[in-house]
Design a protein around this ligand. Sequence first.
Ligand code: PDD
Length: 293
Amino acid sequence: MKELDYINGAVAPPGEATLSIADRGVLFGDGVYEVLRSYSGRLWAFDRHMTRLERSLRQIWIDNVDIQQIRRAASDLYRQSQLPDARLYIQITRGPAERDFPLPQNPRPTVVMTVRALQEDRELRRRGARVITKRDLRWGRVDIKSLNLMANMMAKKEARECGADEAVLVNERGVMTEGASSSLFIARRKTVLTRENGPHILPGVTREIAIECAEEAGLRVRECAYTLDEFRNADEAFLTGTTLGICPLVSADGFPIGGGKPGQIAQTIRQLYNRRVQEQRDAPIAQREERNA
Ligand code: PDD
């Protein structure tokens, strides 16, 4: 079992691979990324992540990347690591070029990947996340999983300074968007609400699976705008993300949400989510690679 790095086809131990200072990812943040995880030796929701990666690439006009080759390289690298529970990071930038704003002619994209052992925060899921609310200062196309994460990082820093686990973001009109690095859901009676996909949120992979699980549980799901007030007064709330899983949210800005205890709906959805993970583990080898969560 070993952690590994990868750059443009070359595999190296962590920290040894280097990137050109002329790379547009370094100079402009001109690139996109994905974070995947594995459970017990299987990459989770692989197709969904690859579909989102392909979309992100297209949205920023990086159109000379062979996504089939990225798929093969990613699963080969993960297999080589032999880590049962790992985080796989994939980053594709436009590649090296003279520093100039217009897009360079025929750039050669840089593909970087890392595989790391995953440290699970089970305690956080058990006790529930404490969050702060912060103004959403991100740019207008956060549906693209781009490398530009300054506003996310700043919100997260402030959350940590307040002793919170996450910042949930609210726009200038008092409407909730999502977490700094997670999707946000609230529940009212038997209805689950989360923002509709669009330029204002990342189309979260875990969000999508959580919606399917909620529907499977017979809950009504509404993908729509909801306000800070509705969030604060929700019966319960929860966060979702690849490494976070389905995590109840118990307080915001020091005030309890849904009685300050992990809610029943989050738990139901988490159980169904875990069942899907288990089904993937139990699937015959041939189906595992293709299975889409
Ligand atoms: N972030 N929203 C934002 C802004 C995110 O950064 C993330 C995940 C999510 C959840 O998406 P998914 O369920 O596909 O992981 C929502 C990753 C994990 C990161 O940047 O490290």
